[in-house]
Design a protein around this ligand. Structure first.
Ligand code: FES
Length: 567
């Protein structure tokens, strides 16, 4: 610790008289029962995000007590404060719309309240990226405490985990293979404990990425939410936050080009969520540098998929934790990583791995480098005249038979159009067609929902068709699977070429060439472009107006332009 004012004496409220401000603050703090001695201690803030609308965070009260225990035992005063919480399935139109709002809330509350370091408690999909974005911008010593994944449930002897199994059963229900009564029983067994989705979805991916970035304690990303180790991790995180006080271990330093590259390696090796590309771009953007999709492809070509979890494999997060967790994965990837990256403990990544040494690894869950699940990374960026600024395909969750595919476009102009016609028996669609969804990107009124996993039209699903090439400017849940081209940028609502696709056009996907192309002549495309009308009316007021004015494309992480660092 250094000699600067600490604790509640920091950042006084401005009444024009500094001593009066401190006296008044102490007085009001004492009204909460704190002694004067306690108020002389340095303060660890705890960004606390439980919510009745966030099932994934329902164990946070217990975790909070453990964090406070760790802070107090290490000699500081823990003070929790609320920020917005984003429960993935409770937000309309989509949680992504509010990620930047949560990041602003986090940044401003961390910066403006008197704390010397901060523990950020997050877990559900958008909460962790929002907190990391806010923390990088606030630039105070910060450490993440991850919620941890749910345990699996059971249905007729089969393990179930949100939410890959949610989709699998729903697809069977749509195909008429699961009854109403059965789907109701499945519904009650998909998400049975506190914590985040049990597979390698977006929340688990962001947890692993947080550890790879060096922003949480080693070995803590994958601990199940209900495991006693989760509480011990919370206690240790509180103590670590005290050690960070007065240090230069700030997230704007820990997050840099090398640590983000480590995070991308981990993302690829876990076959992680496509959403993480957007979130990492936003986090990196706050630190002042972009993520290049060409670089993502170069990393993907040299990073094997090693983790056998749903949706690309068989296991669940509880298996990953028991099988060695992120530490074991990092050891497998060691020669591909930047080991000089600093972490929240004050150790470099290399020092961490050296200190941990070797330990038992479940090779059915975390494969050896010599025997990878896939020789190349789970994600690939595509370019071409349909996506000049890029698109993403999760090849590890896709059907390789469709990687080189040309087909006829069946176009849906909006989510409403999709919902209205996808199951229409009269829909003109064949199994080898390419389904296209427009106006579901960040600039659309729907704010880039996880709608890229277009359902297989019922008339084809009932005939046994399980996968088709699907193309959109939307996102996809990290728990979903299929040959699905996402994040087409620029999006249709901002005038991208996706808006120019018409029923019957030919589209060519080539994963080998990293391209997605609309096979229509330039003159015709220009004619169509002159006819396209703006898809969105500017909202009149409030956050929706701010969103519409400031939202950036997927290639820039869908951050707000004004939140990027100057220069
Ligand atoms: Fe919170 Fe899936 S709903 S992580």
């Amino acid at each position: 610790m250094n000699d600067k004012p600490t604790g509640i004496a920091n950042g006084l409220t401005n009444y024009g008289d500094r001593d009066f401000s401190l006296y008044l603050r102490r007085s009001f703090a004492q009204s909460m029962g704190y002694s004067r001695e306690m108020l002389k201690k340095p303060v660890v803030g705890i960004a606390y995000t439980p919510s009745g609308f966030n099932n994934c965070h329902r164990h946070f009260p217990e975790m909070l007590e453990a964090v406070k225990r760790g802070v107090l035992a290490a000699g500081a005063l823990p003070i929790e404060f609320p920020t917005i919480s984003l429960g993935e399935v409770f937000l309309n139109p989509t949680s992504l719309k509010f990620r930047n709002l949560m990041s602003m809330d986090t940044e401003e509350m961390v910066r403006s309240q008197p704390m010397d370091s901060v523990v950020l408690m997050g877990g559900c999909d958008k909460t962790v990226p929002a907190q990391l974005m806010g923390a990088v911008s606030a630039a105070k010593p910060s450490i993440m405490l991850i919620a941890g994944p749910m345990m699996t449930g059971r249905y007729r002897g089969e393990r179930l985990g949100a939410c890959t199994d949610c989709r699998r059963f729903w697809a069977q229900y749509r195909a008429g293979k699961v009854s109403d009564a059965e789907i109701n029983q499945v519904e009650g067994n998909l998400a049975t404990t506190a914590g985040t989705c049990a597979v390698m979805g977006t929340a688990s991916t962001m947890a692993c990425i947080t550890e790879a970035l060096g922003m949480c304690l080693p070995g803590t990303a994958a601990i199940p939410a209900v495991h006693a180790d989760r509480l011990r991790a919370a206690e240790a995180t509180g103590a670590a936050a005290v050690r960070m006080i007065g240090s230069t271990l700030t997230p704007d330093r820990i997050v840099n080009q090398k640590s983000v590259e480590n995070a991308l390696r981990v993302l690829l090796a876990i076959g992680g969520s496509t959403n993480a590309v957007i979130h990492l771009a936003a986090i990196a953007g706050r630190a002042g540098f972009p993520i290049s999709l060409e670089r993502l492809n170069a990393l993907s070509d040299t990073t094997p998929v090693l983790v056998n979890l749903k949706p690309v494999g068989n296991g669940y997060m509880e298996d990953f934790f028991a099988g060695g967790g992120v530490g074991a994965l990092l050891r497998e990837l060691k020669d591909l990583l930047h080991l000089d990256c600093m972490t929240v403990t004050g150790e470099t990544l290399g020092e961490r791995l050296a200190a941990e040494g070797e330990s038992w690894v479940d090779r059915t869950i975390i494969a050896e480098r010599a025997k990878p699940l896939e020789p190349q990374g789970g994600l690939v960026a595509l370019f071409g005249n349909l996506a000049p600024q890029g698109a993403i395909l999760k090849r590890s969750a896709a059907d390789a038979n469709l990687f080189e595919h040309e087909g006829r476009a069946v176009v849906f102009s909006s989510l409403e159009d999709l919902a209205g016609r996808i199951d229409d028996p009269a829909l003109d669609v064949e199994a080898h067609d390419i389904l296209v969804l427009q106006n579901a990107g960040p600039h659309s009124a729907s704010a880039m929902p996880e709608a890229g996993y277009l359902p297989i039209p019922k008339k084809l699903a009932t005939k046994g068709v399980k996968d088709m090439v699907r193309v959109s400017d939307a996102r996809m849940s990290g728990t979903a699977f299929g040959t699905i081209v996402l994040h087409v940028t620029p999006d249709a609502a901002s005038g991208g070429p996706l808006a120019l696709v018409r029923n019957g056009d030919r589209i060519k996907l080539s994963v080998k060439e990293r391209r997605i192309d609309l096979l229509v002549g330039e003159a015709e495309l220009q004619r169509r472009a002159s006819e396209v009308k703006p898809a969105v009316e500017a909202p009149a007021r409030g956050y929706a107006r701010l969103y519409a004015q400031e939202i950036l494309g997927a290639d820039q992480g869908c951050d707000f332009a004004f939140l990027k660092p100057r220069g």
